[in-house]
Design a binder for this molecule. Structure first.
Ligand code: UDX
Length: 491
């Protein structure tokens, strides 16, 4: 059957606490996991407490249908926590580190509060386990102290995780620190299964350090290594895509659950159970922390098939200097239509209005502040994606069969983009360059020059992704195993 009915059913159903890093790409994907756990458990009463920062909670409730959607699940509850940042502080490397350090200090009280025995009148069963974001792996120790098993969920790719996991080897082999900009094209040899194509510039940005005492470097190294102590590691990927990476990770994290792509996994179960009011109205469930501008879908409806480049750089990227202008000129010169997400706060103040660029945009562009990305990627008018290679965007694009041009910005995005171009061959990597001529050329290759070759590979990948989340597929089976393991813990 499509739903899990574990037997024997324990007297009290499990209660899972889900604790994401309070950032869009993390909250979005861990909410998908929460909804999937409930739906795939088949209404057997599995409870979820989702820890959401106060700021993100306000935004989620104002901009999405999340309140209605989750109220349909009586066994789901949000619990809000503080992230320690001033209201509306934009996320950057510094504020993310500040937030992680704050959560490290406060997590003990937060966890103690959620696992406190519920009053006997409460319908809430005791906490069975915690699923914590891998960026907050210190929770594993807290779990050990209080006797609650902890699973780690990494919102990143397996290749990104493996690169982080190999940080100590890179240092031991003398491959890190790097010796400045000129050293970035050096090929690395001490990351198993990435020899021969991974250069210093393809490492996660937090690893590309010239000083090993860098605070972020130390933090990430420590949090990643701790993953081996967790009860299991959950990844938003699928076996056929990242088999060689998963083979490397398994000896260190043997209890590995690959449940992605989570967006299509969730959507297929929502459709089969008719569970979401949003689905019946034709949309998709959104967990956006910005207001989605759905007018771009009507604009897309008017464009020819595969004629539009979708341009979005995720939730953290901020353009520096002339970068925005270079992209704009490159897109204008490419002559293709484009739908561009310019997130508030991502764009520097434009002191000079370029009339020519404005005219091109009126003629064949559409600019929005935030788009319903999953629906955009599924739209027949989309021919390619100019992306920052955030893992959610990458796997959503792979699931939708849309080829990419990658301009990675932060974290493991440079590793994802290298895999997109060199391993999966579903796109091109323009990292390190932000030049209008390169943008024009790569967009041209994406939409015409290499279009058929890339589209064919992308279609095969999308098929493999759909297979993974369908009944009997690898991600489907992994999810069954995760649910069974959680139910066994509650027994
Ligand atoms: C960062 C990291 O780069 C990523 O690898 C990590 O796992 C999470 O944090 P972020 O900049 O948020 O990511 O990008 P991404 O991972 O791609 O997530 C963005 C999410 O926002 C995607 O799910 C995307 O569908 C959604 N989105 C983006 C929208 O819904 N609308 C938009 O207009 C833009």
């Amino acid at each position: 059957t499509s739903l899990r009915s574990p037997s024997p059913v324990p007297a009290r159903p499990p209660h899972v606490v889900i604790f994401p890093l309070p950032a869009q790409g993390h909250v979005n994907t861990m909410l998908r996991l929460a909804e999937l756990l409930i739906l795939r458990s088949g209404g057997n009463g599995l409870c979820v407490t989702f820890l959401n920062s106060e700021q993100n909670h306000r935004r989620l409730l104002s901009f999405t249908d999340a309140a209605d959607r989750f109220s349909e699940h009586p066994t789901f509850r949000f619990k809000t926590i503080s992230d320690g940042l001033p209201p509306e502080a934009p996320l950057s490397k510094d504020t993310i580190l500040e937030m992680m350090e704050y959560l490290k200090l406060t997590a003990r009280d937060v966890i103690a509060d959620v696992i406190a025995p519920p009053p006997t009148s409460s319908s809430l069963p005791p906490v069975t386990c915690i699923i914590v974001d891998g960026a907050l792996s210190f929770v594993i120790d807290l779990g050990e102290d209080i006797g609650v098993p902890v699973f780690v969920f990494r919102t990143i790719s397996a290749c990104g995780f493996w690169a982080y996991f190999c940080m100590p080897r890179l240092v031991e082999a003398g491959e890190l620190p790097i010796q400045g900009e000129d050293d970035k094209d050096r090929l690395l040899t001490s990351i198993p299964a990435m020899e021969g194509f991974l250069r210093c510039r393809d490492l996660p940005t937090f690893c590309q350090v010239t000083d090993l005492s860098d605070a972020f470097f130390r933090y990430i190294e420590d949090q990643t290594i701790r993953t081996s102590q967790a009860r299991g590691l959950i990844l938003n990927t699928f076996d056929a895509l990242e088999e060689s990476m998963l083979d490397q990770i398994r000896p260190y994290c043997p209890n590995l659950y690959t449940v992605g792509p989570l967006n299509t996994h969730l959507r297929s179960i929502q459709l089969s159970t008719g569970s979401s009011p949003v689905i019946s109205s034709g949309g998709r469930s959104s967990n956006s922390l910005w207001k989605e501008d759905r007018s771009c879908l009507r604009w897309l409806d008017m464009q020819p098939e595969r004629s539009v480049v979708y341009v979005s750089f995720g939730s953290i990227t901020v353009f520096k200097g002339k970068e925005l202008t270079e992209f704009w000129h490159g897109l204008a010169a490419s002559k293709f239509r484009f739908l561009w997400v310019m997130r508030p706060g991502s764009v520097p103040d434009q002191d000079e209005e370029d009339d020519e660029l404005r005219a091109v945009t009126r003629e064949r562009g559409c600019i929005v502040e935030w788009a319903p990305q999953e629906e955009v990627l599924a739209h027949p008018a989309i021919g390619g994606f100019l992306t920052h290679s955030g893992w959610n965007s990458t796997i959503e694009s792979i699931a939708a069969g849309v080829p990419m041009v990658c301009w990675p910005y932060i974290a493991e995005q440079p590793t994802n983009s290298r895999f997109v171009s060199e391993v999966w061959k579903v796109g091109m990597d323009m990292k390190g360059s932000c030049d209008r001529r390169v943008i024009e050329r790569m967009v041209g290759d994406l939409m015409t020059g290499r279009r058929e070759e890339l589209a064919t590979t992308a279609a095969c990948m999308a098929e493999a992704a759909a297979e993974a989340v369908s009944q009997g597929g690898s991600s489907w089976d992994s999810m069954n195993r995760l649910i069974d393991d959680i139910w066994t813990m509650a027994s």
